[in-house]
Design a protein around this ligand. Structure first.
Ligand SMILES: Cc1ncc(COP(=O)(O)O)c(C=O)c1O
Length: 351
């Protein structure tokens, strides 16, 4: 509230102001990123990363299949052709083996969008080994993984570009917003110009490039600054929620989303797959008690809109299997022990 009040008191509501600059600076300090650009949405940040690397009509872009549609929709905004990559069972994230297969058929994609699913990093050493061989830029979709690390490094800073989301359901929210993390001042300057309508430095309104209206407001940035101070506490709470489910479900036929020893997840959502039971039955049992749960993201290669797009599997269709047997459990940081116990009881009663 103090940050927002200050924005009103100084009459810097939008689009510029101290909160925007400070939110970017504070995010750089928190994540170790070189540069940060606050935007109106994570989707906008993904769009600008793809625009920067020059995706155009007919260009192939590889993307994790098991994700939210916002990871790949901006490829289509630019006229690109998404090619989807399966997950590996050990991390639920992009399979390096499937990625290699994709490169065999399409040796020159314009970019690779790698998603860190549900708060866990993908295996970047393996992925970057492949993308470097082909000299292709990596856009790291860290919308769900702010606060998670990969080999000690904060997610969002590993790819050539990193995307954060502050949508209402994320671990840090600005009510709606996003951020692009990048490496150089030149990248930041170019993208800042594009997202503020590409005005040339002239007295009149002059444009030599296509512009976008993607900047974050000073009010939203104020919310973000306050929220960011709670990040560590929220990661700790999300970790506790995951561990409680894991321990409680150790005697029923379910498998929690695996935790890889190459990093520390933020546990944005606690997810699991079930054996010998339809996950819809669990969701309905929870719903009957007014408790919300969700299916796992339906992979993009199974979406009607992306029908016909090429897809490279790991060994068998791993993401389809996780989608068909998976469930996202209630994971909000406001969840009380009592409430979580009720969720656990209802689920265990189904086995
Ligand atoms: C993996 C992933 N990518 C991108 C986005 C898009 O972010 P935003 O809603 O801020 O546009 C989201 C969430 O909304 C997401 O979960």
């Amino acid at each position: 509230m103090a940050y927002i009040d200050e924005a009103f008191a100084t009459n810097w509501i939008a689009p510029l102001g101290k909160n925007v600059t400070e939110f970017e600076n504070e995010m750089c300090v928190k994540t170790g990123a070189n540069q940060a650009i606050a935007m109106s949405a994570g989707t906008a940040a993904l769009h600008m990363a793809l625009h920067y690397v020059g995706v155009g009509r007919g260009d192939v872009v590889f993307c994790t299949s098991m994700t939210f549609a916002a990871s790949c929709n901006p490829i289509v905004y630019e006229g690109g052709i998404p090619v989807f990559i399966d997950s590996e069972p050990g991390s639920w994230n992009m399979s390096p083996a499937a990625l290699r297969k994709a490169f065999r058929k399409y040796p020159n994609p314009k970019a690779v969008v790698v998603v860190n699913l549900y708060g866990q990093s993908a295996d970047y050493d393996e992925i970057l080994k492949i993308t470097k061989e082909h000299n292709v830029p990596v856009i790291e979709d860290a919308a769900e993984s702010l606060g998670a690390t990969y080999k000690g490094q904060m997610t969002g800073t590993i790819g050539d570009f990193g995307v954060l989301s502050f949508n209402g359901n994320k671990i840090v929210t600005t009510s709606g917003g996003g951020m692009l993390l990048c490496k150089t001042e030149e990248e930041k300057a170019k993208i800042l110009k594009w997202i503020t309508q590409s005005r040339d430095p002239a007295r009149h309104y002059q444009h030599t490039e296509l512009g976008f209206n993607y900047r974050m407001s000073n009010i939203c940035a104020g919310i973000g600054r306050g929220q960011l101070t709670a990040l560590d506490e929220r990661v700790a709470k999300k970790t506790e929620i995951y561990n409680t489910y894991r321990d409680a479900f150790s005697d029923i036929p379910v498998d929690m989303m695996p935790v890889c020893d190459y990093g520390v997840p933020s546990f944005w959502l606690s997810c699991m797959t079930v054996r010998g039971c339809d996950p819809v039955k669990l969701m309905e049992a929870l719903e009957a008690e007014n408790i919300e749960s969700r299916p796992i993201w339906k992979p993009m290669h199974l979406q009607p809109f992306y029908e016909g797009c090429d897809y490279f599997m790991h060994e068998g269709d791993v993401s389809k299997g996780i989608f068909e047997t998976g469930i996202c459990l209630p994971s909000d940081t406001k969840l009380t022990q009592e409430q979580q116990n009720r969720v656990i009881e209802i689920i265990k009663a189904q086995f």
